[in-house]
Ligand binder design. Structure first.
Ligand SMILES: NC(=O)c1ccc[n+]([C@@H]2O[C@H](COP(=O)([O-])OP(=O)(O)OC[C@H]3O[C@@H](n4cnc5c(N)ncnc54)[C@H](O)[C@@H]3O)[C@@H](O)[C@H]2O)c1
Ligand SMILES: O=C(O)C[C@H](O)C(=O)O
Length: 357
């Protein structure tokens, strides 16, 4: 039997109220809403939330995720300007339905039902600062957001971008442990910008197209903890000592290069959004069940004696299903690894202590 006009109207109002939970004007079944509902109806795909979506990374990240055909629903959460960014992005004629969420009271709505949560919330560096200088403010932000994840979408994959990643990932792990929801395979610190930079800078030296180059970058995401394995570059190649030193330093200082060029206006945002989308797309392909999806990430690890370490991981239906060993390192890389581990150990402990003490 065909539904009556009144039933159809009620149904539309119900769906609209769900699509626009933060907009009290929506949900009345108006013509505008009916058009929106029809145009945006139910593409298959994953539900993704971006926390910090109105920021320098968040906005281009939201735009690129709205273009990703694997995404059916995109939730944009921030403590400022989320409705504006949502309205803007929602006009893009791609499949994902976009919903905006503003402020702590709407965090639950933003997170409920999500498959993947990407977190670029927090303050960025200014010239002269280290990533660790961001700890004081960003540690608390990450704690609050992860408490929300533990409560509302404990099975979601989490891509953590907020710095200092070497400490914020251990913070997130401790929050999830406390809540009894910790699954180490699902918590991934995003280090893909280091790989993107390494591919670009190595390609420049080799005179190749960066799309043909693959550089594993391991360790962590700050200064000497960023360890490019130039002996394992694909396609196979060799570097002089001078090239090795130049490339290692440029990759380790890539973030600082952007911070200084921006002269106080923040850190990498556009290249980060690109790198975050590359990584999120790999996570979604893993969730979909694609075979052999491999990327570098900062994860719970037994590759070294440290509890967290960045290396290549295989992404599958349950997250980082396999964490790969580092493979053979040359003497230069072995020395770099020792330096990286020393700094990493302190940053990891600082994150753990923030929650435990
Ligand atoms: N992992 C990496 O490779 C990498 C690369 C670049 C930047 N970062 C880090 O990403 C973070 C964001 O950088 P950005 O340039 O986008 O900064 P930004 O200041 O432009 O944006 C941050 C956004 O987070 C929001 N925010 C603050 N507190 C929040 C909260 N409690 N809940 C939700 N949102 C909140 C702000 O309102 C803002 O919109 C920084 O910590 C930066 O260091 C990491
Ligand atoms: O350098 C920063 O502070 C931001 C980010 O970690 C980067 O590597 O660009």
């Amino acid at each position: 039997m065909q539904p009556s006009g009144a039933e159809v109207h009620q149904r539309i109002a119900r769906i609209s109220a769900h699509l626009y939970p933060s907009n009290p004007k929506m949900g009345d079944g108006s013509i505008l809403e009916r058009t929106n509902c029809r145009a945006k109806g139910g593409a298959p795909g994953f539900k993704v939330a971006i926390l910090g979506a109105a920021g320098g990374i968040g906005q281009p990240l939201a735009m690129l995720m709205k273009m990703n055909p694997l995404v059916s629903v995109l939730h944009l959460y921030d403590v400022v300007n989320a409705p504006g960014v949502t309205a803007d992005i929602s006009h893009m004629d791609t499949g994902a339905v976009v919903r905006g969420f503003l402020g702590q009271s709407q965090l639950e709505g933003a997170l409920t039902g999500m498959d993947l949560v990407i977190i670029p919330a927090g303050i960025p560096r200014k010239p002269g600062m280290t990533r660790d200088d961001l700890f004081k403010i960003n540690a608390g932000i990450v704690r609050t957001l992860c408490e929300g994840i533990a409560k509302c979408c404990p099975n979601a994959i989490v891509n953590l971008i907020s710095n200092p990643v070497n400490s914020t990932v251990p913070i997130a792990a401790e929050v999830f442990k406390k809540a009894g929801t910790y699954d180490p395979k699902k918590l991934l610190g995003v280090t893909s910008l280091d790989v993107v930079r390494a591919n670009t800078f190595v390609a420049e030296v080799l005179g190749l197209d960066p799309r043909e180059v693959e550089v594993p970058v391991v360790g962590g995401h700050a200064g000497v903890t960023i360890l490019p394995l130039l002996s394992q570059v694909k396609p196979p190649c060799s570097f002089t000592q001078e090239e090795t030193e130049y490339l290692t330093k440029r990759i380790q200082d890539g973030g600082t290069e952007v911070v200084e060029a921006k002269k106080g206006a923040g850190s990498a945002t556009l290249s980060m959004a690109y790198a975050a989308v590359k990584f999120a797309d790999a996570c979604l392909k893993g969730l979909r069940g694609d075979a052999s999806v491999v990327a570098c990430a900062f994860v719970a690890s037994q590759v070294t004696e440290l509890p967290f370490f960045a290396s290549k991981v295989r992404l599958g239906r349950t997250g980082a299903e396999e964490v790969y060993q580092l493979g053979p390192l040359n003497e230069y890389e072995r020395i770099g690894l020792e330096k990286a581990k020393k700094e990493l150990a302190e940053s990891i402990q600082k994150g753990i202590s923030f929650i435990r003490n």
